[in-house]
Design a protein around this ligand. Structure first.
Ligand SMILES: [Zn+2]
Length: 266
């Protein structure tokens, strides 16, 4: 076998070339000043996957989704909706729920990382609205219960299906309660409609999963005048596409709080 070697491309001649430099501090300051305060949960692949088998659906670390969240960081990122350029093309479901996320290089983004918007910079809560249908189950201890897709829920209206020929039954606040992402039904009489089917519209904290890393490697060179004008490289902010949590595959499993909490406080 011949000896392996690497050839080198001739470097470009730089004599007399004008040089421009990005100022990372300005980018970082912009993110800090204009971004949302978010909870960034770092995702990693669950090791329940065998060499020739898929992730196990009975694994309480991932419930078969294949991902666990091992770290939570309170930080600031820029989030912008991108399904807005529809002036010359049709709106597309393929891009539904997609946003662009830009973070400082200290918060590198990876596939399936979960981002929950907590507040604006002036500490105002950030809420959006969502509607979904759930089918509460009766647990062994008699509690009637269903998971919701999002956390920090403020219900707007909760209504039960009573058959195709009757109007929906508007539930009052004594008939249900919501804690975190759990809907608990307190009125046993609702079980007469079988199966119990409940529609909700509520406010909640927006939540996303990273689905694509657009700019995951980003460095810039600059002349460090405090270091004798030496050419030095600096890491720049990174950018990723993220999708609203209910639009991702296996969304109903990620919402479950049966999952073992793998977050470690460092
Ligand atoms: Zn697993």
């Amino acid at each position: 076998m011949g000896k392996q070697s690497t050839s080198q491309t001739q470097p470009a001649f730089l004599g007399g070339a004008a040089q421009t430099y990005f100022d990372r501090n300005l980018f970082d300051q912009y993110i800090q000043q204009q971004g949302y305060r978010v909870l960034l949960e770092k995702a990693m692949v669950c090791p329940c996957k065998g060499e020739g088998t898929d992730h196990r659906s009975d694994c309480l670390n991932c419930l078969g989704t294949g991902y666990v969240f091992y770290d939570r960081v309170d930080t600031t990122v820029i989030i912008q909706g991108i399904n807005t350029e529809t002036q010359f093309k049709e709106w597309s479901l393929e891009r539904a729920g997609l946003v662009s996320v830009t973070s400082r290089n200290v918060d590198l983004l990876n596939f399936m990382d979960r981002i929950t918007i907590l507040q604006t910079q002036d500490k105002q809560p950030v809420l959006t609205e969502f509607s979904e249908v759930v089918h509460p189950k009766v647990l062994d201890d008699g509690i009637i219960f269903a998971f919701l897709s999002y956390t920090n829920v403020q219900p707007i209206t909760v209504r039960a299906f009573q058959g195709t020929q009757k109007p929906l039954l508007v539930l009052n606040e004594e008939q249900y309660s919501i804690s975190d992402n759990n809907l608990i039904i307190h009125d046993d009489a609702l079980l007469r409609e079988s199966p119990l089917s409940i529609s909700l519209r509520y406010k909640h904290s927006p939540q996303y999963h990273v689905v694509d890393e657009v700019r995951d490697v980003a460095h810039t060179n600059f002349l460090d005048v405090q270091n004798g004008g030496k050419l030095t490289s600096r890491s720049m902010p990174v950018n990723a596409m993220a999708r609203r949590a209910h639009n991702i595959i296996d969304a109903d499993r990620f919402r479950s709080n049966q999952l073992i909490d793998n977050a470690v406080i460092k």
